[in-house]
Design a protein around this ligand. Structure first.
Ligand SMILES: [Zn+2]
Ligand SMILES: [Zn+2]
Ligand SMILES: [Zn+2]
Length: 320
């Protein structure tokens, strides 16, 4: 007896993982995700490596309802089943590639030196070879004589490493991160579609030259996002919370800079990273951020809820 197709509620994550932690069942999900139409039992069975129909039917019954549905036309994969296959194919649950620090063709937004990338534990780390970058980190390996500067890290599934040069890996990480930021900035969790809470904290004793000794960051204002549903959280520079702001997007595109095409940032690599910060007030928090490209400057004033309360755009003399 096949389970009721509407009964997806009441399955705990433990139970869900237990149901798919089986080669045969993963095989069924992969076959159905490749098919562009529902498959009859006999077709599905033929495409499997299984040799006993009754046992195969048992596995199929376990998946029915939660991960696959049975219609008049046959078995079809549900969105939850597709997500399992995507996680397996992206390498998220199976692979653990490592890339040691390698130079890219991309310049640091602050000093123009080549950015280096590394990859481990599903994380692309971006380093500047010359300056302190965004954050100071303690030396964590024999390759670092002392502390070093990092330009941030970006979570990227292992599939993002496959067949890419260091520069291509850097670009893929920037696109992946900006895609996430667009969702986060618009208040929607890129992982689960739940509601994102945005906040901003300010280092109250910030040194404005280089990287601050109190907070180990270049900028006093740190932007933070957290999903109220799936525990996703991240922190970093303003694009995390502001990338979907119409004024910021308009400013970038006016200069031919597209957040999803890293190559367009080659002529102005500091557009989103090398900005001016003016802490107008710490209680309540009010911060003005000025982004500059060529002679054009955009200032966004933000309150403690990360709402933009004022927008000023000043064009240089030649374009006024
Ligand atoms: Zn640098
Ligand atoms: Zn500080
Ligand atoms: Zn979420």
């Amino acid at each position: 007896m096949v389970g009721d197709d509407t009964s997806t509620s009441g399955l705990s994550p433990d139970e869900a993982f237990a149901l798919v932690a089986d080669e045969t069942r993963l095989g069924i999900l992969r076959t159905l995700s490749r098919a562009d139409e529902p498959l009859a039992f006999s077709t599905l069975f033929e495409r499997s490596d299984y040799d006993t129909r009754s046992n195969f039917s048992y596995h199929l019954d376990k998946l029915a309802g939660h991960f696959i549905s049975r219609t008049e036309a046959g078995y079809a994969i549900r969105q939850t089943g597709r997500r399992i296959v995507e996680a397996v194919l992206s390498g998220t649950v199976t692979e653990d590639p490592i890339v040691h620090r390698k130079p890219t063709d991309r310049p640091c937004p602050f000093c123009g030196a080549p950015v280096e990338v590394s990859y481990q534990q599903e994380r692309v780390e971006l380093f500047c070879t010359e300056c302190a970058g965004f954050f100071r980190q303690e030396a964590s390996g024999p390759q670092f004589a002392t502390e070093f500067g990092t330009l941030g890290h970006i979570y990227l599934p292992p599939a993002g490493v496959q067949g890419r040069t260091p520069t291509e890996l850097h670009n893929a990480a920037v696109v992946w991160s900006n895609l996430e930021s667009l969702g986060l900035s618009a208040g929607v969790c890129p992982r689960c579609s739940g509601t994102i809470q945005q906040s901003m904290t300010v280092c109250e004793d910030h040194a404005t030259e280089g990287v601050c000794a109190h907070c180990d960051r270049r900028y006093a204002a740190l932007f933070e996002v957290e999903c109220s549903t799936c525990h996703y959280s991240s922190s970093g520079i303003p694009n995390l919370c502001l990338l979907a702001e119409t004024e910021l997007l308009a400013f970038l595109t006016d200069h031919g800079l597209n957040p999803l095409v890293p190559e367009t940032h080659e002529r102005a690599p500091g557009a989103l990273g090398d900005y001016e910060e003016d802490i107008r007030s710490t209680d309540p928090v009010v911060v003005a951020l000025t982004f500059t490209v060529d002679d054009d400057a955009l200032t966004l004033t933000i309150d403690e809820d990360v709402s933009v309360v004022d927008v000023t755009r000043e064009r240089g003399t030649e374009s006024a």
